[in-house]
Design a protein around this ligand. Structure first.
Ligand SMILES: [Zn+2]
Length: 66
């Protein structure tokens, strides 16, 4: 009964909890990240919405590996 622990979005700059594929929430861009590294800015979003770039807008979501 803990519905909020899965698919919890991670902020840019936070530590990657485990190896795996993560998707940028706003644009869906996928990236493989290793545990212990930090979530970086999504280049897709950064390039596309440079003018309206907002801090804290970018979030990464763990993709299910099933
Ligand atoms: Zn993106």
């Amino acid at each position: 009964m803990n519905e909020s622990s899965e698919n919890q979005p991670y902020k840019v700059g936070s530590i990657v909890p485990e190896d795996g594929w993560y998707a940028c929430v706003p644009c869906g861009n996928r990236k493989y990240l290793k545990a212990g590294t930090r979530f970086g800015s999504c280049l897709m979003c950064f390039g596309k919405e440079k003018k309206e770039f907002r801090k804290g807008f970018e979030l990464w979501e763990k993709l299910e590996s099933k």
